[in-house]
Write a protein that binds this ligand. Structure first.
Ligand code: FE
Length: 347
């Protein structure tokens, strides 16, 4: 359902306020062929109203002829910034980048962040941005969860559907997403609300059963029958099940890259404003599925690259898989019990 420009301008001002944008700071709005017109229009108004020095950088598309879908996260690898020194210089010299294009999993993104520039990704449709407008309390929830994650060396996930898998953690930093960028060099995604880390190389072992109703992204579909993954020494070695398993297998094989089978980030959703059921209401091109990634109590694991966290894998295939009804144990603490977040108050 549409929302008004006035609502969106107010939402931008709210998020940019949480992101500590000050008058006189420079903001570059990064756009591409699929940038949402209303999101861009209202970002320009809000940043100007707040007294920022505002520029727009519009990039050409990349990888469209290689990807099997139109989803912006379906094919990683080179980005419009690869080998593009002028664009990179512009972004690195900005205080804040509003990414309305989708720049993810790239060396260029890491380089921009290391320069101290903040990056806020916002590509979901305006009504989803408004429904999941971040609040300061979202940060508190994620910080509590990540404090547990940071202190542990293992994560174990089990479910009645048959999942029993263990991951070694601690070699890579923790990813904290609460929807705004309140520190220099911080990347975040409006909307979000989850915490994650990357499994230590070669450490993941066990069985993951993607159950009926769990979600595959970028396929953006609910699974209709269980998919059983065997995980050995950090890699998926077997994909078994019915037609959903066959589709997943064929898609992964199409990349002709052994690294697509590696376990990537692992974590859980904390966002109560996100919903498991939302994906069913949207056409695939209207959303990248942040409700699915962030809904409270999911176990979200993924496959493929880990270069975003400083690892060496740059696989173009990245599949995010939010699962329901799992129990997630981090070290000796249960953080999700059969799909429900267990709240820990840390001080
Ligand atoms: Fe992911």
């Amino acid at each position: 359902m549409p929302v008004s420009d006035a609502q969106m301008v107010a939402a931008w001002e709210h998020v940019l306020g949480l992101s500590k944008l000050e008058a006189g700071q420079s903001v570059t709005i990064l756009t591409g062929p699929m940038t949402h017109e209303q999101t861009l229009r209202t970002a320009l108004v809000a940043t100007e109203k707040m007294g920022a020095v505002v520029n727009r950088l519009d990039m050409l598309p990349k990888n469209g002829e290689k990807a099997l879908s139109r989803d912006l996260l379906a094919y990683l690898g080179d980005t419009p910034l690869t080998g593009n020194a002028p664009a990179l210089a512009m972004l690195k010299s900005s205080d804040m980048v509003l990414d309305l294009m989708t720049l993810l999993f790239s060396n260029e993104q890491v380089e921009i962040l290391e320069s101290g520039t903040k990056i806020l990704l916002a590509v979901e449709p305006p009504e989803i941005l408004l429904r999941m407008l971040p609040q300061a309390s979202d940060k508190e929830l994620v910080e509590n969860a990540t404090a547990i994650l940071t202190s542990a060396k293992t994560m174990r996930v089990t479910s009645k559907a048959g999942t029993d898998v263990t991951f070694g953690i601690g070699d890579f930093p923790v990813t904290k997403e609460w929807g705004f960028v309140d520190e220099p060099g911080r990347w975040d995604h409006w909307p979000s609300g989850f915490c994650a880390t990357f499994a230590n190389e070669g450490s993941s072992n066990g069985t993951i059963v993607i159950d009926t109703g769990d979600i595959l992204l970028p396929q953006k579909c609910y699974v209709n029958g269980p998919i059983r993954l065997t995980v050995k020494n950090g890699f998926i070695t077997e994909i078994a099940g019915g037609v959903d398993a066959a589709l997943l297998k064929e898609y992964m094989e199409s990349f002709d890259d052994p690294e697509v089978y590696a376990i990537s980030h692992i974590g859980w959703g904390t966002q109560t404003k996100a919903h498991w059921s939302t994906l069913g209401f949207y056409d695939r091109e209207q959303t990248i599925g942040m409700d699915a990634r962030a809904f409270a109590g999911n176990f979200l694991f993924s496959t493929g690259p880990n270069n975003e966290a400083g690892g060496s894998r740059t696989s173009a295939c990245h599949i995010d898989i939010p699962m329901r009804n799992c129990t997630v144990k981090v070290g000796d603490r249960t953080v999700v019990e059969e799909g429900k977040v267990v709240l820990h108050k840390l001080s």
